[in-house]
Write a protein that binds this ligand. Structure first.
Ligand SMILES: Nc1ncnc2c1ncn2[C@@H]1O[C@H](COP(=O)(O)OP(=O)(O)OP(=O)(O)O)[C@@H](O)[C@H]1O
Length: 306
């Protein structure tokens, strides 16, 4: 990926809070139009990285460009191209949903239509309701609406669906996929790995301030991490075997058994399974001084997008 195609470039980014290296040499790119999921456990450094990209936090060292500009020097015209949905919900205003959105739309040079935004986040029925009277999930939708009303080229979504019920989460995913189809570049952080798998083109996994893996979602963890697991019960004993050819194994077992197998399951590791393995391996390595998985600050990116 060349810089020309990148909405975001990050090179050897470091941020220290006193003696704590919250970001310890992180490098990645986000292509224009791409949805990039930044994943990692609590305290990994995700918010620190995002706030640096948004221009809200200084970095200790490293090179960063966001839409071609160093965020430390981004002016109003640059900021107007960003949409930001912060982790915490906004203040609970004494204004209605529609008033708040109309006010914010007026601050941008090229805003979206307020009615369309209200419909997109599913708040038509609540548009005349005071924001302070909304439920937590509904307020979160207002946050998302405020993030997109300026028609951003780059949208930051920091744990956007925390507090959403399952149906609202699905609706939100549809909204994000439609923004993505319109060409919006999206940087998403989430602790919901199914959300990252559903929305993301690529993911980067941060642990202890280091990027421990990066690549297209379906290559995270490498091919070995994705080998299916066949489970069955043989004369009351639970058995399992990893194999790249589960159908062949199952056919052989059925032949051997002379019929159906008890408790038969073929399990393909989910992104969550793989993520948990990667982070656990990193933490084991970190606790025995030099880490093995992703011990180096720079992880070679796997080839090709999805
Ligand atoms: N202003 C600050 N001063 C000192 N330490 C900080 C500050 N902000 C963050 N940290 C520390 O930096 C580390 C990274 O924090 P950060 O908020 O970036 O993590 P995160 O990955 O976003 O976590 P979470 O998933 O919990 O939101 C943590 O150890 C945190 O305690």
């Amino acid at each position: 990926m060349t810089n020309h195609d990148s909405a975001v470039t990050v090179r050897d980014l470091r941020k220290s809070y006193g003696s704590l290296n919250a970001l310890d040499g992180v490098s990645f790119d986000i292509g224009r139009g791409e949805t990039f999921a930044l994943l990692g456990p609590n305290g990994a450094g995700k918010s620190t990285a995002i706030e640096i990209l948004e221009g809200y936090r200084d970095r200790t060292s490293g090179e960063v460009t966001v839409l071609g500009t160093d965020p430390g020097r981004g002016g109003l015209a640059w900021k107007a191209q960003l949409g930001i949905v912060l982790q915490s919900t906004g203040e609970s205003g004494n204004v209605t949903v529609r008033e708040q959105l109309t006010h914010f739309a007026g601050l941008y040079p090229n805003p979206r239509d307020v009615d369309e935004v209200i419909a997109a986040v599913g708040l038509e029925a609540k548009q005349k309701t005071l924001i302070r009277k909304l439920s937590g999930g509904q307020r979160r939708r207002v946050d998302v609406a405020l993030g997109i009303v300026g028609n951003p080229a780059l949208l930051f979504l920091d744990e956007p669906t925390t507090g959403f019920d399952p149906e609202s989460r699905r609706q939100f995913w549809e909204l994000i996929l439609s923004l993505k189809n319109e060409g919006t570049t999206i940087l998403l952080t989430t602790h919901y790995l199914d959300e990252a798998a559903h929305l993301g083109d690529r993911a980067g996994i941060i642990a202890g301030g280091k990027l421990i893996d990066i690549g297209p979602i379906d290559t995270i963890g490498g091919a070995d991490a994705r080998v299916p697991l066949v489970r069955w019960v043989d004369r009351g004993v639970a058995r399992e075997q990893r194999t790249t050819e589960p159908a062949t194994l199952v056919a052989a077992l059925v032949r051997e058994n002379g019929g159906e197998l008890d408790g038969l399951e073929v399990v393909r590791p989910s992104l969550e399974d793989i993520y948990l393995e990667l982070v656990a391996a990193y933490e084991r390595g970190a606790s025995t001084s030099s880490a093995t998985v992703g011990g180096s600050a720079t992880v070679l990116e796997k080839e090709t997008a999805k």
